[in-house]
Design a protein around this ligand. Sequence first.
Ligand SMILES: Cc1cc2nc3c(=O)[nH]c(=O)nc-3n(C[C@H](O)[C@H](O)[C@H](O)COP(=O)(O)OP(=O)(O)OC[C@H]3O[C@@H](n4cnc5c(N)ncnc54)[C@H](O)[C@@H]3O)c2cc1C
Length: 571
Amino acid sequence: MIVFRKPIEGVERPQMPADVVIVGGGPAGMACALRLSQLIDAHHAAHPDSQLSKENIYVLEKAREIGQHCLSGALLDPRSMRELLPDFEKEAPLDAPVTKEAVYFLTKNSRFKLPVTPPFLRDHGNYVISLNKFVKWLGSKVEETGITIFTGFAGAELLYENDRVIGVRTDDKGVDKEGHQKSNFEPGYDLQAKVVILAEGPRGSLTKELVQKFDLDKDRNPQTYGVGVKELWEVPSGQIAPGEVIYTMGWPLTTREYGGAWIYGSKDNIVSLGFVTGLDYPDPRLDPQHVLQEFKKHPFVTKLLSAGKMIRYGAKSMPYGGWWAMPPVAGNGWMILGDSAGLVNSARLKGIHLAIKSGMLAAETAFDALRKDDFSAASLGEFQEKVESSWIKDELWKVRNFHQPFEHGMFSGMFHVGLQMITGGRGLRNRYPATSGYSRMKKLSELPADGGAEADLLGPAKGDGKLAFDKLTDLYHSGTKHEEDQPAHLVIHDTNVCNERCVKEYGSPCQNFCPANVYEMVDDSTQLNGKRISLNPSNCVHCKTCDIQDPYQIITWVPPEGGGGPNYDGM
Ligand SMILES: Cc1cc2nc3c(=O)[nH]c(=O)nc-3n(C[C@H](O)[C@H](O)[C@H](O)COP(=O)(O)OP(=O)(O)OC[C@H]3O[C@@H](n4cnc5c(N)ncnc54)[C@H](O)[C@@H]3O)c2cc1C
């Protein structure tokens, strides 16, 4: 029997008072901490007797080191960083300014360059970065301010008093696979906070709990997602210039799936390449890691990589739903930032600058709340107003309907996006509806047995060890490590559904959509269908795809013991 992770009951937990707790030390959380520190410093300069202090502001980050769980493309739009630290370009780790960009439509053996790069994919003025290095640097800036970052600590549960969030419980450490306390057991802390700021990235586990508890997705479009599978390659010099940016559409996906690839030339002959597959594809056998392997077989990509070497691998989800899927971002004792709030411009494949800006606006709101000593929904609701009157809304409003028409295929998507470009994002109506991606998955009985046009993307990729890799080889390059002896942090609410229904109806798609081989159906003659779900939680790269894409919605991703996870060094 699989035992699933949950906070141990009946233990006494250390209590810690806090003014502000920021959960998640990515771009949003770090920008929030930094801006809060700037405001408090400026306040002290004007009011030397002020009691406001940074001592009780904490950032919780589940990774062992800052930035270790941060994975992105990445191109940085510097707009918000220039507002946060006007001289940041002089010292931040920026690998190359964008020098050249192109968008290609691919067929199996050919490529067609779009004569004009669509405005949303024009990247001059942006920088190629490693988000891991960039967040490490941002974290060092936060540490200089005196704000404490607790690395290796996950926010495991929110604490409530009636309808108010009053704090965060951190993860229990030292619990064995059966859920018993080990000799090194340490209960999680209860951080009693005046305001909790959720900056957990896409599909945040505490954010999901908050959204469900307060019905925050009521009247919104369902949030939709893609999963980006990425490899870093080292290639001989001259193959691609630092700052060269390539996007592709089309092959190997068919017109029924949404997604595309990026190739970014970085410094030191490093190439970032990856494929984002929309998590709304119809065939449960489709495997996003396989899609990337197939993409590399295109002659154009093979030529770029053939004399190179793959050095890193990772995967992460990103929210696509846009403005209409954004939940309320503030309430009684809480705020939600960055990807957790869905602040991504999916047309541009960019969210770092929006995450940073939202962190800054939340910091300004928290600072005012601290001065007024008022953390009510009315007080923190100023954050909502700030987001809606900032350039975050200006940018997201223009693409508010971008993703929805692709639900009806690529041609519908391109037609409507064309209309939206000439109507300020409106298209045929102000709000296009959306369908949750997992509900668009079809049962095996509705699909061709041979896979039809998607046949080459289904099931596990084989790999040749040079250009294409199987999942376990790729996974090895993600540096993923967890404490093995702990309960499974992929909580399946009813494994009978996996063993009795899913295996027959959908063919156990968890084995395919997970880019890290966490889920396996193993032979078991005692089961009705001769198969039983088995988990390898220590493979998990924290991409959250399982939580998003499971057709029965019975998987909940919760943080494992803090410190475990991928090591996205340089990614
Ligand atoms: C494949 C891919 C390519 C992308 N390319 C680009 C690009 O080129 N340019 C661009 O601008 N954007 C890009 N994006 C989007 C961009 O990466 C995100 O918008 C941005 O990283 C969001 O920042 P964030 O701080 O909200 O979340 P994240 O960067 O996800 O950071 C969240 C942090 O919170 C931590 N955390 C999560 N839950 C907990 C918890 N419960 N307790 C403690 N810690 C927790 C995580 O470990 C992580 O460090 C891309 C995204 C993907 C997936």
